[in-house]
Write a protein of this length. Structure first.
Length: 96
């Protein structure tokens, strides 16, 4: 993107789900992000010989998010509640 690229939003998830479906969707998304950072960290370690600290920190954050969401989904499942999930992707140019 360059400075003329407009910002945009895209709806990734928008619906009401059973606790089982919510778990399946959200855990797959988070696990994919964790695996991305693990592969990227491994690649950087191989190429540059040092740990990618921002990536390692992000993995810890994602694992905590995963645990927090699992607790929330378990509570909804225990009471047979359905869950509304809305997830928007926001993209905007960044000057560096």
């Amino acid at each position: 993107m360059n400075k003329h690229t407009p910002s945009s939003q895209h709806q990734l998830i928008n619906g009401v789900f059973s606790s089982d479906d919510a778990r399946s969707i959200l855990m797959a998304l988070i696990e994919h992000k964790i695996q991305f950072h693990e592969r990227d960290g491994w690649s950087k370690k191989e190429r540059f010989g040092k740990t990618d600290e921002p990536g390692a920190r992000r993995i810890r954050e994602l694992k905590q998010t995963k645990a927090d969401l699992a607790d929330l989904i378990d509570a909804a499942g225990d009471s047979a509640e359905r869950l509304a999930i809305r997830c928007t992707i926001e993209i905007s140019p960044v000057s560096e």
